[in-house]
Design a protein around this ligand. Structure first.
Ligand SMILES: Cc1cc2nc3c(=O)[nH]c(=O)nc-3n(C[C@H](O)[C@H](O)[C@H](O)COP(=O)(O)OP(=O)(O)OC[C@H]3O[C@@H](n4cnc5c(N)ncnc54)[C@H](O)[C@@H]3O)c2cc1C
Length: 468
């Protein structure tokens, strides 16, 4: 029985369960990639991310072809067309089975349900696999049978569940019978042109590059991760998030590499290794959150009582934040890093998100959407989780009264102003002391908000909301 494998955010050959399990049957596999215009618009998918996907597909097509697996691409305007188009594709290629790897946000779950139901009514077999996480959502429950709300408890249970398992990433799919010649897909025709060559060089595509980054990070930086990870001017983190987001590498491959470097130990051994594994578990936590608390996928706060927070409508301040013109050098440099590279260091994501929500009191949803429109690693679960954490509206979020002061953060995590100087060369001449808060004589714009006043006001507004 021939199988159609629908690729989405799993753009790799190795350790790809849907692809591997289909190939194992040895009866022919066709891989498909579908681009939906409505979906791109609704989820404000960044052009840099779409281009990253395009480049991955270009690398994958000949690799799949070498295994006699044709890659077919299709474009649709609306999400409503997807079930019928997938069915048509399966029928055109005489596939009686449809395999795909699961995606967890509500929109994707509903889409996949609709496709599966439609294909099943026509007699097809449909199978869903889990590749985006090591422990599938829904599997971890506390003593009362409820989903976890606190990360440390989730992490403990996650480790208890995973530690007895043997993490064995799957090999590349098996060679398929050579049935008929197929024409290579015109992948470029599917995507809008994107000409930023510097970003293509900064983020080379492909699973080989993803594995190279993983191994280089594990060999050179893993053991110092907990010491280095908060300094944006240091190369202390893996920069694997774009590759995990498009699925050029799997969390299993990441965890297996860490274990190999840590004598097979999960929660003992190297502090750096445990700390980095902790981040992979945070990633899993947020994937579970979108399934356990699906209303977060509808632009709603996880802690419902925080919906009453009176967010300010201030287009000018929001634009200044987007453009890196807030008058706070670390915030501005971070927002310019995002524009220039499609990526932002984690410490800075927290700083700029807190600044937007707690000092400017602008709705986290605007920041969440802007991030998605710019990020090469845009991932609904991680982005929503990060924004709701920063805004104190999410699960296990920062308590509302613990508000980062962006100038203290700057002095602490960019003490020599090295990071600020990269993105704000106009401040190059300032001393290491002045660069965090330039004097009025420097000509740098003054902060658009009073940090102390706005902090006090936000705490008062949150305390008026009462408890959850
Ligand atoms: C407001 C905000 C928005 C964010 N939006 C995204 C997003 O859209 N996509 C995204 O992948 N991450 C997001 N993050 C999480 C984090 O900032 C990035 O994953 C991290 O900066 C990526 O860099 P790295 O690959 O070098 O990470 P490393 O430090 O090397 O960590 C390894 C991997 O763990 C995962 N990870 C690390 N930290 C987190 C975290 N806090 N939450 C979830 N996963 C994590 C990522 O997949 C990352 O690649 C966001 C965080 C915040 C505060």
């Amino acid at each position: 029985m021939k199988t159609l494998v629908w690729l989405r955010h799993d753009l790799r050959l190795e350790d790809n369960p849907a692809l591997y399990r289909a190939s194992e049957l040895g009866e022919g596999v066709v891989a498909a990639y579908l681009l939906c215009a409505e979906y791109i618009e609704r989820h404000t998918i960044a052009p840099v991310r779409l281009d990253f996907i395009r480049r991955h597909l270009q690398i994958m097509a000949p690799q799949l072809a070498a295994l006699n697996i044709p890659l077919v691409t299709i474009a649709v305007d609306s999400a409503a067309e997807i079930p019928e188009r997938i069915l048509q594709l399966a029928q055109e290629h005489r596939c009686e089975q449809l395999f795909f790897n699961a995606e967890y946000p509500l929109d994707e779950l509903n889409r996949d349900r609709a496709v599966a139901d439609h294909c099943r009514t026509q007699g097809m077999t449909v199978k869903r696999f889990h590749d985006r996480v090591i422990v599938p959502p829904g599997m971890l429950r506390n003593g009362q049978g409820e989903p976890y709300k606190v990360f440390t408890a989730f992490k403990k249970k996650w480790l208890q569940t995973v530690m007895p398992l043997r993490l064995q990433p799957l090999p590349a799919p098996q060679q398929q019978p050579d049935t008929r010649a197929f024409t290579p897909p015109d992948i470029n025709a599917l995507f809008k042109p994107f000409a930023q060559r510097d970003l293509q060089e900064l983020w080379p595509a492909g699973e080989t590059e993803a594995r190279r980054r993983l191994h280089q990070f594990v060999e050179q930086d893993l053991h110092d991760y907990q010491k280095e990870r908060d300094f944006p001017a240091h190369e202390g983190t893996s920069t694997l998030s774009p590759y995990l987001a498009v699925g050029a590498i799997s969390p299993r491959q990441c965890a297996a590499a860490v274990l190999a470097a840590n004598n097979g130990e999960w929660d003992t051994g190297s502090e750096g290794a445990r700390c980095w594994l902790g981040e992979i578990i945070w990633r899993e936590f947020y994937q579970h959150v979108v399934v356990d608390y699906p209303w977060v996928c509808k632009h709603q706060a996880l802690q419902r009582h925080t919906e009453a927070f009176p967010w300010r409508k201030d287009r000018g301040a929001f634009q200044a934040w987007c453009d890196g013109k807030t008058g706070i050098p670390l915030v501005d440099a971070a927002m310019l890093q995002l524009k220039a590279t499609g990526w932002m260091h984690n410490r800075l994501r927290m700083v700029v998100a807190m600044f937007l929500t707690k000092n400017l009191q602008i709705d986290w949803r605007l920041g969440e959407q802007y991030f998605m429109s710019q990020l090469i690693d845009g991932d609904f679960a991680a982005n929503n989780g990060g924004w709701q954490w920063s805004a104190s509206t999410g699960t296990d979020a920062a308590p509302y009264f613990r508000i980062f002061n962006p100038i203290s953060q700057s002095e602490r995590f960019d003490p020599q102003g090295e990071f600020i100087r990269i993105y704000l060369p106009v401040l190059k001449h300032l001393s290491n002391k002045q660069i965090h808060s330039p004097p009025p004589t420097s000509g740098y714009p003054l902060p658009i908000v009073d940090l102390a006043e706005s902090r006090k006001h936000t705490i008062a507004l949150f305390s008026n909301l009462g408890a959850a």
